[in-house]
Design a protein around this ligand. Structure first.
Ligand SMILES: Nc1ncnc2c1ncn2[C@@H]1O[C@H](COP(=O)(O)OP(=O)(O)OP(=O)(O)O)[C@@H](O)[C@H]1O
Length: 335
C-alpha cells in the first residue's frame, strides 16, 4: 500500500501535449477515478506512473520515493488493461498463480494455493479454476485479469477502463465487486474511465481531466454539486446539464458577469398551469423514469420526471429555476 504524488507532469508525443502540468495526490488506500473524454491524457498518466513512459518533466513519488530512475518491475504496481490479457493456454488457476510463481517471490506452493483460491473467491471465479482461460465468457476473463492483478498485492493498482468491454449488467455487477474488494484489501487504486456512472459509484474522489490538464478533483458529490467550470458540470449528470441564456427562465438571481445558466433536473420546478412559458415537446420513457424534452421559445431542455407525472406531449407548463449554477463567459463558475 502506498500514496502517489504527481507533481507538474508534462508529456508530449510529437505535436500532441498529452499531459500539461498535471498535479495530483492520491492517499494510501484511496480509490481515485480519472474521468475524461478520449484523448484527455488518462492512459498516459497511468503509463507514466507504471514506468512504461517517461515524463518530459515533473516528478512521480510512490510511497515517498521519487521513482524516476526505477524500472516498471521495481515500482510495485499492477496494471489492468481494457482488454484482458490472459495466457490462453493456461487454466484460470495457472493464470492467477503465474505472478506468484516468480522465483524472486520465494512462496511455497501451499501459500500460492491459498492466495489463488482466496482471490478467486473474491472475484467470483472459484468455480472455474480448472477451465482454460479461452473457455470463459468475456466477464469471466475480465474477472481473471483483475484477479491476476490483485493476487500480487502490489503497493498500487492502475486500471485502464477494465470494465468497458463488458455488457451493461456485468459492468454494474463488477463495479460493485471491485469497489468492495478494494475496500477489503485497503489498496490504493487509480482507475481511468470515460463512464460517469463508474466514476460516481466507485470513486472516493474523481479527477476530471481534459486536454492533458486536471480541471478539478473532489468527491463525487463535490464534483457533481459544486463544479468549478462549465466543462466539469457537463461531464456529470444524466440527462446532460441544460445550458441556458440568463434571460430565458424566471427564478434566477445571476451574479454580475453571468453568461450562461446551468440547470439540471433539481434546478427546475415544473408546474402544469395556464401561465405557461414552456411546452412539453416529447417524452422518452425509460421505465423507472422519463426524460421530458421541453421547449422554451427556441431553446430545448431535457429534465428527468417521475413516470407517474400526469403530463403529455403538447402540454403547457410553467418552468422556473431554483438555485441553478452560474458561469461567466470563459465557462468559470460564479457565485
Ligand atoms: N505513443 C503515443 N504516440 C503518439 N501519441 C500518443 C501516444 N500515446 C498517446 N498519444 C496521444 O496523447 C493524447 C492522450 O492520450 P491518452 O491515451 O492518454 O488519452 P486517454 O484519455 O487515455 O484517451 P482514451 O479514453 O481514448 O483512452 C492523445 O491525443 C493521444 O493520441
Amino acid at each position: 500500500m502506498a500514496d502517489i504524488i504527481l507533481k507538474g507532469l508534462n508529456k508530449r508525443f510529437g505535436d500532441t501535449q498529452a499531459l500539461a502540468d498535471l498535479n495530483l495526490s492520491i492517499r494510501d488506500g484511496e480509490f481515485v477515478v480519472l474521468l475524461g473524454p478520449t484523448g484527455a491524457g488518462k492512459t498516459t498518466t497511468l503509463r507514466l506512473i507504471a514506468g512504461l513512459e517517461r515524463p518530459d518533466s515533473g516528478r512521480i513519488e510512490i510511497a515517498g520515493r521519487n521513482v524516476a530512475g526505477e524500472a516498471p518491475a521495481d515500482r510495485d504496481v499492477a496494471f489492468v488493461f481494457q482488454q484482458y490479457s490472459l495466457y490462453p493456454h493456461m487454466t484460470v488457476y495457472d493464470n492467477l498463480a503465474f505472478p506468484l510463481r516468480a522465483p524472486a517471490r520465494k512462496l511455497t506452493s501451499e501459500e500460492i494455493d491459498r492466495r489463488v483460491r482466496e482471490i478467486a473467491r473474491m472475484v467470483r471465479i472459484d468455480h472455474k479454476l480448472e477451465n482454460r482461460s479461452t473457455r470463459l465468457s468475456g466477464g469471466e476473463m475480465q474477472r481473471v485479469a483483475i484477479g491476476r492483478a490483485l493476487v500480487r498485492r502490489p503497493a498500487i493498482y492502475l486500471m485502464d477502463e477494465p470494465l468497458s468491454s463488458l455488457d451493461a449488467k456485468l459492468r454494474a455487477e463488477l463495479r460493485l465487486e471491485l469497489k468492495r474488494i478494494q475496500k477489503e484489501l485497503g489498496s490504493t487504486l487509480l482507475y481511468v474511465t470515460h463512464d460517469q456512472v463508474e466514476a460516481m459509484t466507485m470513486a472516493d474522489r474523481i479527477g476530471i481531466v481534459a486536454e492533458g490538464r486536471l480541471l478539478q478533483v473532489g468527491t463525487p458529490r463535490e464534483i457533481y454539486g459544486n463544479p468549478a467550470s462549465l466543462h466539469v458540470a457537463a461531464r456529470l449528470g444524466q440527462p446532460h446539464i441544460n445550458l441556458l441564456p440568463t434571460d430565458l427562465l424566471p427564478g434566477a438571481n445571476p451574479p454580475r458577469g453571468t453568461k450562461t445558466i446551468g440547470a439540471r433536473t433539481e434546478h427546475l420546478d415544473i408546474v402544469i398551469n395556464q401561465n405557461a412559458n414552456a411546452k412539453i415537446d416529447w417524452i422518452e420513457h425509460l421505465g423507472d423514469q422519463n426524460h421530458l424534452h421541453i421547449k422554451v421559445r427556441d431553446h430545448k431542455l431535457v429534465t428527468l420526471a417521475d413516470p407517474y407525472l400526469a403530463i403529455r406531449p403538447g402540454d403547457s407548463i410553467s418552468l422556473t429555476l431554483r438555485d441553478p449554477l452560474y458561469f461567466d463567459a470563459s465557462g468559470q463558475r460564479l457565485g
